[in-house]
Write a protein that binds this ligand. Structure first.
Ligand SMILES: NC(=O)c1ccc[n+]([C@@H]2O[C@H](COP(=O)([O-])OP(=O)(O)OC[C@H]3O[C@@H](n4cnc5c(N)ncnc54)[C@H](OP(=O)(O)O)[C@@H]3O)[C@@H](O)[C@H]2O)c1
Length: 343
C-alpha cells in the first residue's frame, strides 16, 4: 500500500486502521486515543483533541471518570456525532473508579459517565483497579485511604455482578478489567457470568509482560496496552529513580532514526504489531496523527521486532503505591509477583 495515497495531514481513512475481534464477535479499532491528562493537560484541551482526532480518523477513545474530563469530552462526542460520524463507528471505553466499587454505586456511576459523555451506551466499561482503595487528588505516594483493603475476590465479584447488570440494562456493550494479574483473572474467569472482553495492562518496550499478554490472548481477552510510550509525561508522584525511558532506548532510537519518525511512534507500532491495542495519549495534533499513521504504515521488520523483544526490562512505571492497604508494604504487593494474591 502506498501510504501517501491513504494518509494526509488532514487524516486517515478509518477503514485502514487494524481492528481486533472480541470474543463476542464485536470489532474494536486496534488503536485508541488515551484521555488522561496527567494533571497537566486541561479537560478542554483533551476534548479538543478528541474532536480533532475523530476528524483525523480515530474512532476509539479511552476515557475514565477519574480523569476528571468526561464532562468536557461529552461535548466533543456530541459534535462528532452531529458532524455525521455514526455512533456505531465509535468505540468508547469508560472505567469505574475505586471509590465506587460498592454494589449500590456501580450503576449510578456508569450512568454518570454516560451522561457526562453524552452517550446512550458505552462500548466498554472496566473496573479501573481491582482494589476499592483510592486517594485524594494530588496526594503523595505514601497516602493510604481509610479502610484500604487487599484484593478480596468475593467483593470484586459483587462489583463484577453489577457490571454484568449494566450489560443486561443495555447501558454497556462489553465489560472488562484493568490492572489485573493472572491469579486474579483466573478466579474471575471461573466465576463470571459475562467474561471480560479486554484487560488494560501497562505495556511498552521496557514493560512487555509476555506471560500476562499470552494468558489474555489464550483466554480470548484482548490486551489493551496503556502507557504504550512509557508515559513520558506522567505525574511526578508516578516517578522513581529506577524508572527507565523507552523513547531513549538505543534500540528504539535506532529504528526510529532509520524510519525517520519519533521513537514514540516505534513504541506504538510495536504494541499494535504484536497484537495489543495501544491507547497512546497526546493532545498535540502532530503526535496523535503520527501515532495513527504508525499503525497503518509499513510494519516493523522481523529483526526490529526481535530487537525490541530483547530490551524488556520489566520496568513497571504505574506502580499503584497509593492503592496499598498497609503502611509497611512495597508496590510489588499489588502485582502478585510470585503468583499468590497478597493479603
Ligand atoms: N487503566 C489504567 O490504569 C491506565 C493507566 C495509565 C494510562 N491509561 C490510559 O492510557 C493512556 C496512555 O497512557 P499515558 O498517558 O500514561 O502514556 P503514553 O501514551 O505512554 O505517553 C504519553 C506521552 O507521550 C507523548 N507522545 C505521544 N505521542 C507522541 C509522539 N508521536 N511523539 C512524541 N511524543 C509523543 C505525549 O507527549 P505530548 O503530550 O507532548 O504529545 C505524552 O506525554 C492514558 O491517557 C489513559 O487513557 C490507563
Amino acid at each position: 500500500m502506498n501510504l501517501s495515497m491513504s494518509t494526509t495531514s488532514s487524516g486517515i481513512d478509518p477503514a485502514l486502521v487494524p481492528r481486533r475481534r472480541l470474543y463476542t464477535g464485536a470489532s474494536m479499532p486496534a488503536i485508541g486515543l488515551g484521555t488522561f491528562g496527567s494533571d497537566r493537560v486541561s479537560a478542554d484541551e483533551i476534548a479538543a483533541a478528541v474532536r480533532d482526532a475523530a476528524a483525523l480518523g480515530y474512532r476509539h477513545f479511552d476515557c475514565a471518570s477519574v480523569y476528571g474530563n468526561e464532562h468536557s469530552i461529552g461535548f466533543a462526542f456530541r459534535d462528532i456525532l452531529r458532524g455525521g460520524i455514526k455512533r456505531e463507528e465509535l468505540w468508547v471505553t469508560s472505567k469505574l473508579w475505586n471509590d465506587k466499587h460498592a454494589e449500590a454505586d456501580v450503576i449510578p456511576s456508569c450512568r454518570k459517565s454516560l451522561a457526562d459523555l453524552q452517550l446512550d451506551y458505552l462500548d466498554m466499561y472496566l473496573i479501573h483497579w481491582p482494589f476499592p482503595n483510592f486517594h485524594p487528588p494530588g496526594c503523595d505516594v505514601t497516602s493510604r485511604s481509610a479502610g484500604a483493603r487487599p484484593y478480596i475476590h468475593e467483593n470484586y465479584m459483587k462489583t463484577w455482578r453489577q457490571l454484568e447488570k449494566v450489560v443486561d440494562l443495555g447501558l454497556v456493550r462489553h465489560i472488562g478489567t484493568s490492572n489485573m494479574t493472572i491469579p486474579k483473572l483466573e478466579m474471575l474467569l471461573r466465576d463470571a457470568r459475562i467474561k471480560p472482553a479486554v484487560n488494560e495492562l501497562e505495556m511498552h518496550p521496557h514493560m512487555q509482560q509476555p506471560e500476562l499478554f499470552a494468558f489474555l490472548k489464550t483466554h480470548g481477552i484482548e490486551p489493551i496496552a496503556y502507557s504504550p510510550i512509557g508515559s513520558p509525561g506522567r505525574p511526578e508522584r508516578d516517578r522513581t529513580p529506577e524508572d527507565t525511558v523507552d523513547v531513549e532506548d538505543p534500540v528504539i532510537v535506532k529504528i526510529a532514526g532509520r524510519l525517520g519518525v519519533h521513537p514514540a511512534m516505534v513504541c506504538v507500532k510495536w504494541a499494535c504489531q504484536l497484537g495489543a491495542t495501544p491507547i497512546p495519549f497526546s493532545a498535540k495534533r502532530r503526535n496523535y496523527l503520527a501515532n495513527l499513521q504508525g499503525v497503518i504504515s509499513a510494519p516493523l521488520t522481523a529483526e526490529d521486532m526481535r530487537a525490541i523483544a530483547g530490551i524488556d526490562k520489566n520496568c513497571r512505571l504505574i506502580k499503584g503505591q497509593v492503592f496499598l492497604w498497609k503502611s509497611d508494604q512495597g508496590w510489588e504487593d499489588l502485582w502478585d509477583l510470585d503468583g499468590v494474591i497478597k493479603q
